[in-house]
Ligand binder design. Structure first.
Ligand SMILES: [Zn+2]
Length: 413
């Protein structure tokens, strides 16, 4: 048995790869716009695939465009230890969200190559398609179909704002692969990601050891009133969906306070119809996102949201309809994977904190079919989904080292 405890990733090589990937879709403000299944996404994927082949990995692409780069193990009967994340970004995204998890996985492969280490189980790096949900809703649809949470036909039929279908765009960029997108046995799965929140930085901890992920519910709330002229129509007697909306907003923000500090209430998008400056709109369609790490509390928040909306609708004479867009229950990660991360952090001597994720990740879906764990590193001011998203090279290196040792442990045990 060789002693693997001394092996480390090459932080500079990881950083250089991150910067090379960030050049594809780079924005003026230092961020990245590389949305799913665009030409830029294809360029990013092509670059990643080339890097993997250069590292001696075989590459498989499934029917959802998920990419799996595999480094063989000495025992082909063992299911692989997988790590992965996503390469797609928000329209005004950063250089690290998702990309870091993918390239840290690649760096693990490269570091093992340099050290001449063969693991017992094979290792794989996955790129999950359309994690962000920015171009095609819902988010995490690549890992979602793979893990059996969505039908592939449903995914293919999703359209972007221009009406282009997911399946057509996947075909167009040449990433509709021959392998059916379906879960297979895994020894373990890991994902390393920037925190996308301020906690690690504020507490000066280098590594977050994740025990789970917040539950999150997405809705479309449609408020329908009666359009009328902005001038001649008196304020009283209007059935103005905005009058209902401002009360809904107020009550839901107060609901978040009631379930502080972990409840999250977000309104990320709004559309007014017909959308004319001097007309009370007939219809408002609002995207609502509710989150909490405890399933029972999230269900209580969901119940109250419906109650509040019904009450205000009745009060204002506006019709309210809530459509469930997506539900992701709270997740608890697999104890052996959490323990492998904990052990790696202890062995490497990094400061750390046990926490839950406030954002959704592909690991949520992967965790339904395989033992899964996650690792966080700090990001500057907690900023993410923002062109100014930033992380320290030393922290990114530390997170990749934790990933390396957690994967080694699971691949050799
Ligand atoms: Zn991400």
């Amino acid at each position: 048995m060789t002693d693997n405890s001394k092996i480390r990733v090459d932080g500079q090589r990881l950083w250089d790869s991150l910067m090379a990937m960030a050049a594809i879709g780079a924005t003026d403000k230092g961020g990245c716009n590389r949305q799913a299944l665009t030409d830029l996404d294809k360029q990013g994927r092509d670059l990643f695939v080339q890097w993997c082949r250069d590292a001696g990995c075989s590459v498989d692409i499934d029917s959802m465009g998920n990419i799996f780069a595999r480094r063989p193990g000495s025992n082909p009967d063992l299911p692989p230890v997988l790590t992965g994340s996503h390469l797609d970004t928000q329209p005004t995204g950063g250089k690290f969200d998702g990309v870091y998890g993918v390239l840290a996985g690649l760096e693990v492969m490269r570091a093992l190559n340099d050290a001449g280490i063969e693991t017992a189980a094979p290792l794989e790096v996955a790129v999950w398609t359309n994690e962000e949900g920015a171009r095609f809703s819902p988010a995490m649809i690549g890992s979602g179909v793979w893990s059996g949470n969505f039908e592939q036909d449903y995914a293919y039929a999703r359209t972007d704002k221009e009406g282009k279908a997911f399946g057509d765009e996947l075909q167009r960029i040449g990433y509709r692969g021959p392998t059916p997108a379906r879960a297979r046995p895994l020894t373990a799965a890991f994902e390393v990601h920037i925190e996308q929140g301020p906690i690690l930085e504020a507490e000066e901890k280098q590594i977050g050891v994740l025990s789970g992920v917040q539950g999150m519910y997405w809705y479309d709330l449609t408020l329908t009133g009666q359009p009328c002229h902005a001038g001649p129509s008196p304020m009283e007697g209007r059935r103005d969906p905005f009058m209902a909306l401002h009360r809904v907003l107020d009550r839901l923000y107060r609901l978040a306070e009631e379930f502080a500090p972990w409840a999250r209430v977000t309104f990320g998008d709004i559309r007014a119809e017909p959308g004319s400056r001097n007309t009370v709109p007939e219809k408002l369609v609002l995207a609502v996102d509710l989150r909490h790490p405890e399933q029972e509390v999230l269900d209580e928040i969901d119940r109250r949201f419906r109650e509040i909306t019904a009450e205000i609708a009745a009060d204002t004479g506006v019709e309210a309809e809530i459509r469930d867009e997506w539900r992701s229950p709270a997740v608890a990660f697999a104890p052996p994977c959490v323990e492998a991360v904990r052990a790696a952090v202890a062995e490497l001597g990094y400061s750390n904190k046990e926490m839950v994720s406030g954002a959704g990740h592909d690991s949520v879906y992967v965790s339904r079919v395989a033992p899964t764990g996650m690792i966080f590193v700090p990001c500057e001011k907690g900023l993410s989904h923002n062109e100014a998203e930033n992380a320290e090279p030393v922290d990114l290196e530390a997170g990749a080292n934790v990933l390396l040792h957690a994967m080694l442990k699971m691949a050799n045990d």
